[in-house]
Design a protein. Sequence first.
Lengths: 228, 265
Amino acid sequence: MIDIQNLYKYYPTALGRKYVFKDMSIKIPEMCNVGVLGLNGSGKSTLINLLSGSDQPNSGSIKINGSVSWPLGLSGGTQPRLTGRQNAEFVCRIYCSSRKEIRSKLEFIKEFSDIEDFFELPVRTYSTGMRSKLTFAMSMAFNFDIYLIDELTAVGDAQFRKKSQEALREKRNKAYYIMVSHNVNDLIKECDQMIVLHKGEVKLFENVNRGLDYYKQKIKVKEKEPAQ
Amino acid sequence: MALVKRSCLQVQWAVWKALFHRSLDTKVGDHFLGPIWLITEPLIHIATLTIIFTFIRERGDYQGIPFAAFFAAGILPYFIFQHTVNKSLRAMRQNQQLFSYRQVKPLDVILVMTFVELFVYSLIVLILMWVGAWFFGIDAIPHQPLQVVLIFILLCLLSIGSGLFCAVLGARWEDASTLVIQLPLRLLYFISGILIPMQSLPVHLHKYLLWNPILHGIEQIRAHTFEGYVAPGTSISYLALFTVANLFIGLTYFSMNRSRLLLLR
């Protein structure tokens, strides 16, 4: 379960504090895949970063039961100068406690990422698709309770996409995920609940379609405004 | 199988270990010349200085200490400081990808960075002492080794304090920090007693030069390494005091700005 209480988050900018969330409270139930919808700049990625712990709220609290993945997205945490193996090793060293475990995880990552001998080459030589394959494989090596997915469905070729969706589904009975996507069809297909972000307002819908209706309505209102 | 629950100390240790391996990987690079260059760079530096000074002074030693050993004792500890400070200016920007893993905090990056410098230069010091003794017959084994180790540790703490400060500067004002930190750092090279020992400097300048804690460190390393070396006015306690104050300021400034260090682009 994720319990966010009275959360404030702003970024200091040249134009003063830009608030992303003001007094936001939300409860996300356990074992329930949640989609996050919102326009660009509405705070989807900030929400994911806050949940992952890679960014900190200015005030308020976030309580999470279970282990959380890092944000899985296109930009993933890899160092371009290091090889795929060295990058994977770094993550394994953080999350694993024994050498044997690290070795087996590395093997898994190499096989799952499907990039063959590029695994031994610096990440800067990878294509965008290969890089995201590697980061996705890294995240699949560990069994988190909650996966945070930031625009991941755009990753890789059709073949890899199928593989990655299967891998995610396999984890479904042990883990759940929070997914940001602009692809509404994906959200409807994969998610049980929906969070809609709009101008600092955050709403959780227990029904995906209801959330979608609300979102569409919000956007329409916004589009009409200049005409009136 | 879910992730094994570990205590916070275990996680902290794992993070440090992972960062340490990663920095060594980055430092050494993907070429076999990497580790060789790491050792030859300071060697060339020392050799160049030795050759130049032998010609200028028309002798090969200072107070009976061979130039090579004299310069090595100054340059190696200075490099630890200089490299840490220089790297910390860019550390936050360059290591942003790491902070997407929640266990890794900005402070860890600076701590491990300094430790890697200490580790590498300690290795170089040991190699040089061995090479010097075996091939050139230079006796550079410290006659008070514990004090030398203490000074090295103090200099590392000083590097951490300054590094923390510079990491924030570099993260907030990327361009200005080059001017404010890197240029004075170059000057520091000349007033830290690396080239000219305390005793050869004009006495009326002593009271200004002695503000510099690194000068204290370097001169004291020499005093505890070479028997009979005189370093007037310098002391370990000044270095220690300065280090504590510096560490306090560095940590405070760093912690005040910790939210600004994340998500830099």
